[in-house]
Write a protein that binds this ligand. Sequence first.
Ligand SMILES: Nc1nc2c(c(=O)[nH]1)N[C@H]1C(S)=C(S)[C@@H](COP(=O)(O)OP(=O)(O)OC[C@H]3O[C@@H](n4cnc5c(N)ncnc54)[C@H](O)[C@@H]3O)O[C@H]1N2
Ligand code: MOO
Length: 399
Amino acid sequence: MKLPTVEEARAAMLAAVTPLASTSTPLGEADGRRLAEPVRALRCQPPFDASAMDGWAVRVADVARGARLRIVGESAAGGEAGLAVGPGEAARIFTGAPLPAGADYVVVQEQARRDGDEVVLEAGRGPASYVRPCGGDFREGQVLLEAGVRLNPWRLALAASAGWARVVCGGRPRVAILPNGDELVEPGRAAGAHQIYNAGAPALAAFVARQGGVPKALRHARDDEADILSLIHGVTFDLLVTIGGASVGDHDRVKPALRSMGAELHVEGCAMRPGKPVWFALLPDGRPVLGLPGNPASALVCAELFLGPLLAAVQGGAEDMAFETAVLAEPLPSNGPRDHYMRARIETGRDGARRVTPFPNQDSSLVSVMAQADVLVRRPPFAPAAPLGAVVEILRPGV
Ligand SMILES: Nc1nc2c(c(=O)[nH]1)N[C@H]1C(S)=C(S)[C@@H](COP(=O)(O)OP(=O)(O)OC[C@H]3O[C@@H](n4cnc5c(N)ncnc54)[C@H](O)[C@@H]3O)O[C@H]1N2
Ligand code: MOO
């Protein structure tokens, strides 16, 4: 059976999900969320011509070394406008304060000296007026942030400076995370010699939280359909992510359990490495289920390539897989039939060139390699051997 490519698998998943209802969200809870409606400026910023410096507001025509100007008042940030500066006059002004009517230039205080009720200019006109024009940052009614963008502290600053205390965000998906395997034991517990710590669930919970979702890590299920089903029925979720039990072994019971619930599989496997057994299904009520392979690197690479875009889509956004390029610091052999996402280190040389070194051992069970990696190097199916210095595509993880 020919497996879909990463792009085909992702497209099939994204086509099957619908965005959650949007919610009005206080700025304090909006970091990492997707905007469901654009943010428009309620007014101009700055809302008046403002001084960029502490100094003297004057008319530019009066600026000359040695000029003496009569002081007519003071304008401080937060002060009411109303002051006017006429020819031959100056007003004391501070950074961020409104420029008095008639003034169009600020002499910085280091270039002026007060002499009684006059100010004496000690320099001529410079290239900068130190005036921030009204609306110079943004204008009333302007779209500042488009629907779909992911909020971050910089963008929250923009929404706040435009006057918004709340923004409309895509609904936060509740993401149930269901690890599977008789061998699993929770970190912190005593582990038998035959047991493996559940590393997948904490990692994916953190991934989900970073991408705007609300993770709900369940206890791990035994390799038993009834146990899997009772855990699924016992939790409320918008998206279910399972870990492990995805492959073809006799103990891989997750897909059979979901099939028994009437789930319809849309993706079953992908021509990628790591992550080949990844799958995707819809429950009869339309809620999506993403099945990640159990090997930690497989689960986490699939989280990058599929879970991130799915979380963006249900929140009303889009995650474009923005590949960059770098040059290989080590030669690579030719690639096999699967699209290979290699864990690698990246360094920027003094010449500004980015060099990547894929780790020699790419086994999908290696958590230590995953933790040291900065980027994924993409090797397309059947890519020929690549010499040192060859340009390769890289993907920076969203972690
Ligand atoms: N005969 C075949 N065997 C396998 C194939 C195949 O095509 N034919 N595919 C291999 C590939 S590729 C992968 S990837 C694995 C993934 O299989 P599963 O998704 O069924 O994963 P498990 O068997 O449940 O576990 C694999 C491995 O990962 C450990 N694991 C599982 N869950 C966790 C967790 N939450 N935290 C940490 N580690 C976990 C588990 O103990 C196993 O060691 O199948 C290959 N086999
Ligand atoms: O695809 Mo598996 O994730 O290669 O080990």
